[in-house]
Write a protein that binds this ligand. Structure first.
Ligand code: THU
Length: 147
């Protein structure tokens, strides 16, 4: 059975627009793969991020984690949804950019996987919505360590 996805309370188009705007700031001179993300807090604030690469490679960070860590560093720790746009194209995106495994685990740290929506988009009219639990099933999270 498919899980229930309720997109109606989420400003999906605004999130996608914000992610597209953030993608313009991507610093990806090595891969040429530019990503933008916009995360929605439980309080309905939007934080954006882009990928930031590095000549030494491993210090680079994904757009999703940039957005999440910006929000967390400002004091917001609960999230409802994230929109992600990415690709090697200059402008019009032809594929969906799914979050990497590390970013899925970071989402898991700060969200309920049965409630948190991951929106992957080519543009505001062409997007797909998943629950985090679909992209990261049987996950490990903070509760597993709580005493
Ligand atoms: N990237 C992201 O920003 N998000 C992802 O979920 C996957 C990968 C970035 C990292 C790197 O700068 C480039 O895309 C190629 O891997």
């Amino acid at each position: 059975m498919n899980p229930t996805i309720n997109i109606s309370e989420i400003p999906a188009e605004e999130l996608i627009k914000s992610a597209m705007e953030a993608r313009k700031k991507a610093y990806a001179p090595y891969s040429g793969y530019r990503v933008g993300a916009a995360v929605l807090t439980n309080e309905l604030r939007i934080y954006t991020g882009c990928n930031v690469e590095n000549a030494a490679y491993s210090p680079g960070i994904c757009a999703e984690r940039t957005a999440l860590y910006k929000a967390v560093s400002e004091g917001w720790r609960k999230f409802r949804a994230i929109a992600v746009v990415g690709g090697s194209e200059e402008d019009t995106l032809e594929t969906f950019a799914f979050p990497c495994g590390v970013c899925r685990q970071v989402m898991r740290e700060f969200a309920n996987p049965e409630d948190f929506l991951v929106i992957v988009a080519k543009n505001t009219a062409d997007y797909k919505v998943y629950l985090l639990s679909q992209l990261l099933p049987e996950s490990f999270g903070p509760e597993n360590l709580s005493r």
